[in-house]
Design a protein around this ligand. Structure first.
Ligand code: SF4
Length: 318
């Protein structure tokens, strides 16, 4: 597996390919996909900024950790090792904080709060990882090939396939028994609401990994990082078909000239957590206002007898 081509796939720059994020967006709500992709409505919220900060921090920290873990040869170095790992996190968080303050000044209080929380979580994750490593040492089971069980093999890895007409950037890929396991990190505090969309996303990454490396992917994982919850996704035939169906639906939405209707019934609960809910309402209002204007115009222009224009003309003649 390690000899396989893991470089950037040249198809990744192909603009005609559909982004995997569009599949999860569609699964969450087709209207939201339309508003963001067709209408081009972009919106930064404190949650999206938090997600960006966390992904940036992990991308910077992970290769440094891997380097440190690979150098460790025995249990006696563990205490000093943990300190060094924490220093990596401290340095990275300092850097990330400065960049985030410059990039998103209006979210300064939220950034300060989120960075403290993230720092705590990353260190907790590392404590657990070091504990696992200690156990492996004690049982005499540690060897360097185990590194990709503990830490990702690849981070933010771009994959694309013309055959699948899809492309995406996978947050992390782990290796277990020479099998790739794509992992998507979710930073949302409300993971229950997007579980179906998250599964479609991980299904699409799995199909892409199979295309690039030619080996079956049997499972993927979603990591809800704010609760340390790992959720396994089995890559079943049903999920594979759903990925392809969803991709076809996304294509259709991208060609539409009017937005799909808002969610209804049970599904409408998602609107409460949707970052475009204000814009979505505006869109509805615009449509309603337009319908009202159209209705008024019709009153004046309708050729049927009794329209306001003809009544006005009749009144004028009298
Ligand atoms: S507010 Fe609801 S209907 Fe509107 S885009 Fe968001 S999820 Fe979809």
């Amino acid at each position: 597996m390690k000899n396989r081509n893991i470089g950037i796939n040249k198809d990744f720059v192909d603009q005609s390919l559909i982004a995997v994020s569009s599949l999860s967006n569609y699964t969450y709500c087709p209207r939201r996909l339309y508003l963001s992709q067709v209408k081009g409505i972009r919106k930064e919220t404190s949650h999206s900024v938090a997600g960006k900060i966390e992904h940036d921090a992990r991308r910077i920290i992970c290769p440094q950790l891997k380097h440190k873990y690979l150098k460790l040869t025995n249990n006696k170095q563990i205490v000093e090792f943990e300190n060094r790992v924490f220093q990596i996190i401290d340095r990275t968080m300092d850097y990330i904080r400065k960049v985030a303050f410059i990039e998103f000044p209006i979210f300064t209080p939220e950034i300060q709060f989120f960075i403290e929380e993230l720092d705590y979580r990353l260190k907790s994750e590392e404590e657990r990882r070091v504990q696992t490593l200690t156990n492996l040492f004690e049982m005499g089971k540690w060897n360097k090939s185990k590194i990709y069980h503990l830490l990702p093999w690849l981070v933010e890895h771009p994959v694309a396939s013309k055959d699948l007409q899809l492309k995406g950037r996978i947050d992390q890929v782990f290796l277990e028994e020479e099998r790739a396991i794509p992992v998507d990190i979710k930073t949302t505090p409300y993971p229950f609401i997007s579980r179906e969309a998250d599964a479609v996303q991980i299904g699409a990454y799995s199909l892409l990994l199979e295309k690039v490396w030619g080996r079956e992917v049997r499972k993927g994982q979603i990591y809800y990082s704010r609760s340390f919850l790992h959720y396994d996704v089995r890559i079943s035939d049903e999920l594979r078909n759903k990925v392809i169906e969803t991709r076809n639906c996304v294509r259709r939405i991208l060609e539409m000239t009017k937005p799909p209707p808002p969610l209804e019934g049970h599904e409408a609960l998602k609107c409460r957590f949707c970052y475009l809910r204000t814009e979505c309402q505006t869109e509805t209002l615009i449509n309603e206002e337009q319908a009202e204007v159209n209705g008024l115009c019709k009153l004046f222009t309708d050729p049927a007898p009794g329209n306001l224009d003809s009544l006005f003309m009749e009144a004028k003649v009298k």
